[in-house]
Design a protein around this ligand. Structure first.
Ligand code: KIV
Ligand code: ZN
Length: 513
């Protein structure tokens, strides 16, 4: 078999014919700190998971509350394709709660490691065995599918773990699940453990791996390579502590790298991830594989140049495969090609001089640590397009000081070049913007008397470093009117540039008359 052009000898792989995904977003995912889902939210997520094509949905834990039992009944009544499974301790009451909701799939568990036996359960190995067997037999007597987990299996003595799994196999369980409860496995130990279980057990092996060391997906893949035919996953990898194996990462890797035929419609992954993120309030970091905002974003000139020739140069898969989209981000690494591509995308046509002005502004902002959004770029481009070619009034220098109270007034000193002659003045105002605009009005008085008719300011994106876009309308004593627009990282500079832009337009109108 080949994985990404690398030949893997058959002896090293024991891939199952089919692989099932058991989604536990609504149970282990809900155990992530700060997440609590209402019945309605669980229903909506269950529907999305079913459309996506997961094989089993662990919807929750019926014994814990009335709300959980309600959710079980309502999700069960939806008649989804996926199996609807509930969690239960190896207790008759827990299993009864699940049976009362008419669920036909139980995931039952008991801690088997010395730590769990001694400190949590305070019972002997024999008692663990008895409880596990009784629960499996009880559930099977009620005709439901039983998946059994030896909690903390990866820190359980090997011989005892095998004893427990063999006993529940004899008791009639349907699936053996192997939880790496605190995420201590690494690929080598995963392979060893799954090989031992595959050699000694007949039931299908499922894995439930936590991500404490960031290895949940990698370990799940190794388990599958060793014969495990089911993996527990959660959307966005949410779950206890560092979370669980992420559904989107595992599904895409299995499909793309291993060529496995999963039931998952990967084109829905971005949408489902976004939905779960919004409902749970757990935001994805931008660099989250597959679904993060930067998963298909490119900024550096070299990469964007490659992407524009053939996207495969710097993308392992097309974003459409997972319902995402490609982004060409702009910042200090932006090359001219990326910028032209972006402007083309928005059908913004400009001459070479205007292009150079936009390019310089993007680079300049990038050097100041700003990564531009598409909205930022559009605003900059519109501003440049709106600039007059020959400016009669140019800014030479500006300094402002703010102030509060009666003793200190906000003051601005402005130096302008008006038709080749430099002039400077200082003015006060209600704030530094007002002071700067007053100073400009005073300086241009000899040339034209300007009134500010309209002033609008907008932060293009959120955050204190957002670009400010200022739009103004000025008029002169002859009734000439002109708009002015500027986009800068500084509110005062944007205001000054916008007013100068409109003054220059008025002067052009006058000259043309
Ligand atoms: O991580 C774990 O051990 C679990 C159990 C309930 C199986 O989630
Ligand atoms: Zn878990």
């Amino acid at each position: 078999m080949q994985i990404n052009n690398i030949e893997i000898p058959k002896s090293e792989l024991n891939l199952p014919k089919t692989i099932k995904l058991f989604d536990t977003t609504l149970r282990d995912g809900e155990q992530a700190p700060g997440v609590a889902l209402t019945v309605d939210e669980k229903i909506q997520i269950a529907q999305k998971l079913d459309n996506l094509g997961v094989n089993t949905i662990e919807y929750g834990f019926p014994a814990v509350s009335e709300g959980e039992r309600n959710a079980a009944k309502q999700i069960n009544d939806l008649g989804l394709n996926a199996n609807i499974c509930g969690l239960a301790r190896v207790l008759k009451n827990d299993i009864d709660a699940l049976l009362d909701c008419d669920l036909s799939y139980v995931h039952t568990f008991i801690g088997t490691s010395p730590l769990h036996r001694e400190y949590k359960l305070k019972i002997s190995k024999e008692e663990v065995l008895d409880k596990a067997i009784s629960a499996v037999e009880y559930a099977k007597d009620h005709g439901i599918t039983v998946e059994f987990s030896a909690e903390d299996s990866t820190r359980t003595e090997e011989d005892f773990l095998l004893e427990v799994y063999k006993a529940i196999e004899s008791a009639g369980a349907d699936v053996i699940n192997v939880p790496d409860t605190v995420g201590v496995l690494v690929p080598t130990t995963t392979r060893k453990l799954i090989n031992i279980l595959m050699d000694n057990l007949k039931l299908p092996i499922s894995v439930h791996f936590h991500n404490d060391f960031g290895l949940a997906v990698a370990n799940s893949l190794v388990a599958i390579e060793s014969g495990a035919s089911q993996a527990h996953v959660t959307v966005n990898g949410i779950g206890e502590r560092g979370g669980n194996a992420s559904l989107e990462e595992l599904a895409v890797t299995l499909k793309v790298a291993y060529g496995m035929d999963l039931d998952i419609d990967t084109t829905q992954l971005y949408n489902v991830s976004d939905f779960v993120s919004k409902i749970t309030g757990i935001k994805m970091p931008p660099n989250k594989p597959i679904v993060g905002e930067n998963a298909f974003a490119h900024e550096s000139g070299i990469h964007v140049h490659g992407i524009l020739q053939n996207a495969a140069t710097y993308e392992p898969i097309s974003p459409e495969i997972v319902g995402h989209s490609r982004k060409i981000a702009l910042g200090k690494h932006t090359g001219a090609n990326s910028l032209r591509a972006k402007l083309d995308e928005y059908n913004i046509k400009m001459d070479e001089d205007q292009f150079c002005t936009v390019y310089d502004q993007v680079k300049d902002l990038g050097d100041k640590g700003k990564c531009l959004t598409d909205a930022d770029l559009k605003a900059i481009a519109v501003t440049v397009l709106g600039k007059t070619k020959e400016e009669a009034v140019k800014l030479v220098g500006l300094s402002v000081s703010s102030g509060s109270g009666k003793t200190v007034s906000p003051t601005a000193t402005v130096k302008l070049n008006i038709n080749g002659e430099e002039k400077e003045t200082s003015s006060i105002g209600v704030g530094p913007v007002d002071a700067a605009l007053n100073a400009i009005q005073n300086l241009v008085k000899g040339t034209t008397n300007i009134e500010l008719e309209e002033y609008n300011i907008e932060a293009i994106t959120g955050g204190t470093d957002a670009l400010a876009e200022v739009f103004v309308i000025t008029s002169d004593e002859e009734g000439n009117k002109a708009t002015g627009r500027a986009t800068r990282e500084d509110v005062i500079m944007a205001s000054v540039d916008a007013v100068l832009n409109s003054i220059n337009k008025i002067l052009m109108i006058k000259e043309a008359k």
